[in-house]
Write a protein that binds this ligand. Structure first.
Ligand code: SAH
Length: 343
């Protein structure tokens, strides 16, 4: 069975040809799947019964089944979804003044090994398909009856390690015949896979690139992010400059602050020297506690001091507002606690 929701309209035309149908059916089906977001062929009422039967014999429509959802007092909703093969993934819907934003996962698990992250503890299980990433958005919209305007690809997984499917997802969700979400409202977060950053710069997709830096130099970075052994901070920053050159999109540097590890005034100075003068933005994130590791988040004073130092160099800095902390909203935690219960 082919995954019909992962096809763009052009590919659907080829599919229609292969089953002896006229090309214009592709547009109708695309609109049912991505604009009206139906999850069965029966609902595609402008198609004949015969065609609907033919479709259901050859294609499947990816759907997620909700295992659990948790609502935070701040309006954040965390979803745990089961995939067709029994794997579970999580997504987080956040409500802001300017609208709804969703954090989606791009892989089941992750193989990047960042020390402070819960998603990576059991390694990578598999990549998500474009339709499985899409459905996280569609299903949240259906179940909460909202329209999502912003997407952050910051859930479990490393998007650059599932490059083709993630880019396909971005093209599908922004397709004007589908959900038509602005590419500018999508943020892709990466731990710094340099070839992926350079490739993305060439796609003609003005997404916001968020770079998980977390340390201003290689030696420290290697102790918390194994990926730092493969790519140096220098190479990463050059790739980010290239991304900015190509897209004119300001890059965000994410810096998770871990008490006594990367949060000293010296580290702030080092970071400032590294990025001052760049058209960028720094997001400071007091690290979320995960029970498998001993990292402690930096105290408010340290975070404020760190921020002041960066601001002295005229760098744009925000402190990430922590949302949904009462519902295990830190990366991968809900999935892990669910799996532990099921074992
Ligand atoms: N793999 C991608 C995207 C997923 S992680 C990346 O590395 O960017 C999204 C962000 O959350 C990254 O900046 C990641 O470093 C950060 N993160 C992971 N676990 C965290 C934790 N326990 N506390 C704070 N930030 C965390």
């Amino acid at each position: 069975m082919k995954d019909i929701k992962s096809f763009n309209e052009e590919e659907l035309k080829t599919e229609m040809k292969s089953i002896g149908e006229p090309a214009f059916r592709a547009g109708q089906i695309f609109s049912w799947l991505h604009e009206k977001k139906v999850n069965s062929f029966e609902e595609m009422t402008n198609l004949s019964k015969d065609l609907r039967n033919k479709l259901s014999e050859n294609y499947e429509i990816t759907a997620l089944s909700e295992v659990r959802s948790l609502k935070s007092t701040d309006g954040t909703v965390k979803f745990l979804y089961k995939l067709k093969d029994g794997q579970v993934i999580e997504s987080v819907l956040m409500s802001y003044k300017h609208g709804y934003s969703i954090c989606v996962s791009s892989q089941v698990g992750c193989r990047m090994g960042c020390m402070f992250c819960a998603s990576t503890i059991d390694g990578l299980v598999r990549n998500l398909t474009p339709s499985e990433i899409l459905e996280q958005v569609y299903e949240a919209e259906r179940s909460c009856n909202v329209s999502i305007s912003n997407i952050v690809i910051m859930g479990s997984g490393e998007p650059m390690d599932n490059y083709d499917n993630v880019v396909k997802f971005i093209r599908l969700i922004s397709d004007e015949k589908g959900k038509n979400l602005s590419v500018r409202n999508i943020t892709l977060s990466t731990c710094g896979l340099v070839p992926g950053i350079r490739r993305l710069a060439e796609e003609g997709l003005p997404v916001t690139l968020a770079l998980s830096l977390h340390a201003p130099e290689d030696e420290l970075r290697k102790t918390i992010m194994p990926v730092a052994k493969a790519f140096s901070v220098k190479e990463i920053l050059e790739a980010c400059d290239y991304f900015f050159e190509k897209t004119s999109r300001r890059v965000t540097f994410e810096y998770s602050m871990i008490d006594g590890v990367n949060d000293s005034a010296e580290r702030a100075e080092q970071l400032a020297q590294l990025i001052k003068g760049k058209n960028c933005h720094v997001n400071l994130i007091p690290v979320n506690k995960i029970k498998e590791r001993n990292f402690v988040k930096s105290g408010d004073n340290n975070v404020a001091k760190f921020k002041n130092i960066l601001e002295k160099y005229r760098i744009n800095v925000t402190i990430r507002r922590s949302m949904g902390t009462d519902i295990d909203a830190a990366c991968g935690q809900l999935r892990r606690s669910f799996m532990e219960e099921s074992n």
